[in-house]
Design a protein around this ligand. Structure first.
Ligand SMILES: [Zn+2]
Length: 113
């Protein structure tokens, strides 16, 4: 795969995940109770599975540095915690300060029949 193709695939994957997250947030915030309950039962476990897989990839090596995030030559590496896990933790802790604001008109009103 060429660098350009890799950028295209990366961008498509990122956009797909981000749009799905915004859609889930939209339903949770703006959807009716049935839609929110349906989302909680179907999509939240999928989201947890995805986050769990990501979190488990970020584990320390023998030097305590994240095996996924460590980069650069060993003599230039600084002992810092995994920036992905830090960002995840901070984003969850500070969500109320900077919530995702999905548009109101996109809320699904899926009802069970
Ligand atoms: Zn990491």
């Amino acid at each position: 795969m060429t660098t350009t193709q890799n950028h295209v695939v990366f961008g498509a994957l990122q956009e797909n995940v981000l749009s799905r997250l915004v859609e889930m947030c939209d339903v949770a915030v703006n959807g009716d109770s049935d839609a929110a309950a349906s989302l909680a039962r179907t999509e939240v476990p999928r989201l947890v599975a995805g986050l769990r897989a990501l979190v488990l990839q970020h584990r320390p090596d023998e030097n305590g540095q994240c095996v996924q995030c460590v980069a650069g030559r060993w003599w230039r590496r600084i002992a810092v915690p995994c920036h992905v896990l830090l960002e995840l933790q901070l984003s969850m802790m500070k969500y109320d300060e900077k919530p995702i604001r999905p548009s109101r008109h996109r809320a699904r009103t899926r009802r069970s029949s």
